[in-house]
Design a protein around this ligand. Structure first.
Ligand SMILES: Cc1ncc(C[n+]2csc(CCOP(=O)(O)OP(=O)(O)O)c2C)c(N)n1
Length: 320
């Protein structure tokens, strides 16, 4: 599949943005500047980037409790996202949602979600709406290996399959559900095997290779847009941090962690870009500087923003 230089450099910028956003979130959380729970996406950047790289603004995504990467890759605004993490009134939910409740319907982002597996039926509903209204849009559902054990997963795959919904299920298999390694919570190695039970295509790809993810996603999205129905893509990856910030992740095998750190998706992609002469090291450095400046500005914007007042406690809670 031919991928333009612009698109590849766009992937690079997106992965760097996610990495820089998450690295700063580590520091800010440790410094007590971020209230609430924060689940980080470090190490998984190639999945969101490759998948969202195959979508347009018209398409929909549902996200998870580990959603920053999905939202950034789908075009979520860095300053509004950061302000939401800070609990400030300028954030996406006016500071009342925090990390797990960020949505931007204009961009097709139907929301991060603290309920594991909740995005599966929501994305089926969105895909049904696209099909019913004949809009040519598709929906993508991100979820973890743990969430593929939920009833919502099996119901959503079954309904999407029988109704041929324009839906792509993306399992980011980072090998853990909280402290449970995949080996402890299912008897199969590849979550993609579950697609066969619903008569839809299932494929497993290297989730730390942004091009492999993009190619699989682009094929599944094209199939969905054509009216041929849903697919399941499993992206094998690794969660670098604990389940949430504050969890030291002592249950992980340090040797296994080391192997995965060596497969960091960003240097791997940098190497490819330079080797294929798509970019020089100097051009990549320029993109890095641009991203760092954008994140620094988002942090300043958030720190300078006010908290919501007590008088706002009940606004936007009920529809008026
Ligand atoms: C319905 C429901 N059950 C349990 C939980 C508690 N919980 C939060 S995250 C999580 C594990 C999710 O694992 P996975 O789907 O693999 O996603 P990952 O955290 O690895 O990205 C669980 C069980 C929850 N939030 N919602």
């Amino acid at each position: 599949m031919e991928i333009t230089k612009e698109k590849l450099l766009g992937f690079y910028e997106t992965m760097l943005t996610i990495r820089a956003f998450e690295n700063k979130a580590v520091e800010l959380f440790a410094d007590n500047q971020l209230p609430g729970f924060v689940h980080l996406y470090l190490g998984e950047e190639a999945v969101a980037t490759g998948v969202c790289g195959s979508l347009t603004d018209k398409d929909y995504i549902t996200s998870t409790h580990r959603g920053h990467g999905h939202l950034l890759a789908k075009g979520g605004k860095v300053d509004l996202m950061m302000a939401e993490l800070f609990g400030k009134a300028t954030g996406y939910c006016k500071g009342k949602g925090g990390s797990m409740h960020i949505a931007d319907v204009e961009l097709g982002i139907l929301g991060a979600n603290g309920i594991v597996g909740a995005g599966q039926p929501i994305s089926a509903g969105a895909a049904f709406a696209c099909q019913y209204k004949k809009t040519d849009a598709v929906a993508v559902c991100f979820f973890g290996d743990g969430a593929s054990n939920r009833g919502t997963f099996h119901e959503a795959l079954n309904m999407a399959s029988i109704w041929k919904l324009p839906l792509v299920f993306v399992c980011e298999n980072n090998m853990y559900g909280i402290s449970n390694c995949q080996r402890q919570h299912m008897r199969i190695t590849d979550v993609s095997d579950r697609a066969g039970a619903y008569g839809i295509p299932g494929v497993t790809v290297d989730g730390n290779d942004v091009i492999a993810v993009y190619e699989a996603a682009a094929a599944a999205v094209a199939r969905a847009r054509k009216g041929d129905g849903p697919s399941l893509i499993e992206c094998k990856t690794w969660r670098w941090r604990g389940h949430f910030e504050g969890d030291p992740g002592a249950y992980k095998d340090p040797a296994e962690q080391e192997v995965w750190l060596q497969k960091d998706p960003i240097p791997r992609f940098e190497h490819k870009l330079v080797e294929l002469k798509y970019a020089s090291n100097a051009e990549l450095d320029e993109i890095k500087a641009k991203v760092e400046a954008q994140i620094a500005a988002a942090i300043k914007f958030s720190q300078d923003s006010p908290y919501p007042g007590p008088e706002d406690a009940l606004t936007d809670v009920y529809a008026e």
